[in-house]
Design a protein around this ligand. Structure first.
Ligand SMILES: NC(=O)c1ccc[n+]([C@@H]2O[C@H](COP(=O)([O-])OP(=O)(O)OC[C@H]3O[C@@H](n4cnc5c(N)ncnc54)[C@H](O)[C@@H]3O)[C@@H](O)[C@H]2O)c1
Length: 254
């Protein structure tokens, strides 16, 4: 699918991977709308790329539906949706403060799984009403963000790993569901990326994490996620698959 002049929605666009992807796609000529629950962050990035910043919580049906309706009025038919909003709190099942509250587990699944699916389904609904773009019948593409923690979760990551494994698991059936309307579904599973989330760690921690990557021996750059997202958009034969973006890192038990 051609990126130039195409309408893209990026969730979590106020920070890290989502913001880097927004900048890259805007440079390639996309018309970018961002959703984030952080109003200051989303308006800063939107202003910078001359895009549309929308404040919404991805888990809220009405807020996401309203945001998609508004972006379609202001920018045109939605063709590309990229789910980057997510949270990654860590807590052991049995920690120093006692057993993990069930609500902690539920909250991570609510944001990462329900939020991703909520945007996926409403974006698909919008895309399905647009005309096909070519003889193959392409109408749109949806890209989700999992994590290598879906496969090799660390101590304290039961909730996060379960949420990312759910995103891996829904990728193929979502692609099969939406094939009838010409919408592709792909997922990127990043390794350790240098985002504000990671950069908040002390330098020694960042260095030690980087040392566990095979090659290149460094944290991933959010721009490298953006490059892969752009390729997925471009390459119509990619569908129903999860791609690891991790410098061959396979996380071991710490
Ligand atoms: N940074 C990494 O190393 C890494 C590795 C693997 C996967 N990921 C995944 O990549 C995605 C982006 O991570 P990041 O590192 O850029 O994080 P980040 O914290 O820099 O950005 C996440 C953004 O999502 C927004 N957000 C969170 N919950 C939301 C909600 N309910 N509704 C709307 N917006 C919400 C936040 O406000 C924030 O702007 C996440 O899904 C994360 O799990 C990150």
């Amino acid at each position: 699918m051609n990126i130039n002049q195409t309408v893209v929605l990026i969730t979590g666009g106020g920070s890290g991977i989502g913001a880097a992807t927004a900048r890259h796609l805007a440079q390639l000529g996309a018309r970018v709308a961002l959703i984030d629950r952080n109003s200051e962050a989303v308006s800063t990035v939107a202003k910078e790329i001359n895009g549309l910043g929308l404040v919404a919580d991805v888990t809220d049906e009405a807020q996401v539906a309203n945001a998609i309706a508004r972006l379609q009025v202001e920018l045109g038919p939605l063709r590309i949706a990229i789910n980057c909003a997510g949270i990654a709190p860590a807590k052991r099942i049995l920690g120093k403060a006692g057993v993990m509250p069930l609500s902690d587990f539920q909250h991570v699944l609510q944001v990462n799984v329900i939020g991703t699916f909520n945007v996926l389904r409403l974006a698909a609904e919008a895309m399905a009403t647009a005309e096909p773009l070519d003889n193959d019948g392409n109408r749109g593409v949806i890209i989700n963000t999992a994590s290598i923690a879906a496969y090799e979760g660390q101590i304290g990551q039961t909730a996060y790993s379960a949420s990312k494994a759910a995103i891996v698991g829904l990728t193929l059936p979502a692609a099969r569901d939406l094939a009838a309307v010409g919408i592709r579904v792909m997922t990127i599973a990043p390794g350790l990326m240098a985002t504000p989330l990671m950069q908040a760690f002390p330098k020694e921690v960042q260095d030690s994490l980087a040392a566990s990557v095979n090659f290149p021996k460094r944290l991933g750059n959010p721009d490298e996620f953006a490059l892969l997202a752009a390729h997925i958009i471009d390459n119509d034969y990619l569908n129903g698959e999860v791609i690891r973006l991790d410098g061959a890192l396979r996380m071991r038990e710490k």
